[in-house]
Write a protein that binds this ligand. Structure first.
Ligand code: NDP
Ligand code: GDR
Length: 326
């Protein structure tokens, strides 16, 4: 039985990845920061077989302790401060967790591995946000990185540290340059879930407006369930490498609003949307669209859920949630 340690198991991806690994017969260990996290209840119900260990990416000794208990064959570093807008408010903390936290877990893995440094397979959650002010369309593994947020800068540091540990120590460390991926488990602060929740409430007559930021940005949105499969595939390869994971399609926030509102029978979405500068970012990433050819050719990976299906799945889930709670 293989053993895996997931940091960020209480997040959207952590839960999907945990389900995938449990279904493949893995023993799953998840790093959690404390008892008071309201998401723990959901983790325990979605991942009943997972063992939760206390630790924090900013605390190297806690990571070493977790590795000692878990004795993992595979480590998935998904833990991060991941909300881009928040990263301007807390740039230093974002750097510590999202950037230096990755270095801490790489270093803990190196120290724990002993003489056989390629024994443990390591996954780093890199991001399309690293492309920032994009230097090529579509973006590929070798496109120049130009991050536009403190979060993006921290992810670039973590990305190159992962490559550096692979090149310096021969570690089996791979990095997935994942484009935006969403699901009914997406945090409510991210734009897709903010829209799906608001549209469900507007359709139910319990909310009348949604307050938004920039509607012109374009994102390459896929389904989180598909994307965790790509993470696992990367660690099953003989050689560690870096891969873009995306759908290859891009859509604006306006298109997101159009599809979500149309799904509940509302065609004039503009009458429900208010723009407010508080949701505009100091620097925006205008256009993301990834080229997933390498992942398709080497990993045999391809997305199964398209944009409209993803948006309607999220709206339906929020409608069902509202109904459940009366
Ligand atoms: P979430 O924001 O849903 O989850 C983030 C996780 O990180 C949570 O489990 C959180 O735990 C944990 N975490 C936060 N701070 C720390 C810390 N100091 N030590 C340990 N863990 C911590 O993110 P997603 O699931 O959406 O994303 C997973 C990873 O993939 C992240 O690294 C993200 O940056 C990256 N990514 C995500 C993309 C996406 O579109 N979803 C695209 C590309 C990359 P807690 O519950 O305690 O706060
Ligand atoms: P992003 O996702 O920044 O791409 O990072 P988010 O959903 O927050 O924003 C996407 C785009 O929507 C615009 N936008 C708004 N965004 C939010 N959150 N709220 C609004 O009201 C709003 N109005 C417009 C934003 O300006 C932006 O252009 C996500 C995170 O999961 C990162 O961790 C991950 O690395 C990247 O995706 C890839």
């Amino acid at each position: 039985m293989k053993r895996a340690l997931i940091t960020g198991i209480t997040g959207q991806d952590g839960m999907y990845l945990g389900e995938l690994l449990l279904s493949k017969g893995y023993e799953v260990f998840g790093l959690v920061r404390g008892q008071n996290n309201p998401k723990l209840e959901m983790v325990r119900s979605v991942l009943p077989g997972a063992k939760l260990l206390f630790g924090d990416l900013t605390d190297l000794s806690s990571l070493l302790r977790a590795l000692d208990v878990a004795q993992p064959d595979e480590i998935y570093n998904l833990g991060a401060i991941s909300f881009v807008a928040y990263s301007w408010e807390n740039a230093a903390l974002t750097t510590d967790v999202t950037g230096k936290g990755a270095l801490n877990i790489l270093e803990a893995t190196r120290l724990h591995s002993g003489d056989d440094l390629a024994r443990i397979r390591f996954y780093q959650a890199s991001s399309s946000e690293m492309f920032g002010k994009v230097q090529a369309v579509p973006q590929r593994e070798d496109t120049l990185l130009w991050p536009r947020s403190p979060y993006g800068v921290a992810k670039v540091f973590a990305h190159y540290m992962t490559i550096n540990y692979r090149e310096s120590y021969g570690m089996h460390a791979s990095s997935g340059l994942l484009f935006n991926h969403e699901s009914p488990r997406r945090g409510p602060e991210f734009v897709t879930r903010k829209v799906s929740q608001a549209v469900a409430k507007i359709a139910a007559g319990v909310q009348d407006k949604i307050v938004m930021g920039n509607l012109d940005a374009s994102r390459d949105w896929g389904f989180a369930g598909d994307y965790v499969e790509a993470m696992w595939l990367m660690l099953q390869q003989d050689t560690a490498d870096d891969y873009v994971i995306s759908t290859g399609e891009t859509h604006t926030i306006r298109e997101l609003l159009t599809v979500a509102f149309a799904h509940v029978g509302i065609d004039d979405w503009e009458s429900y949307v208010v723009q407010d500068p508080q949701f505009m970012r100091p620097a925006e990433v205008d256009l993301l669209v990834g080229d997933p050819s390498k992942a398709r050719e080497v990993l045999g990976w391809k997305p199964t859920v398209g944009f409209e299906e993803l948006v309607t799945m999220m709206v339906d889930s929020d409608l069902a949630e509202l109904k459940k709670h009366g």
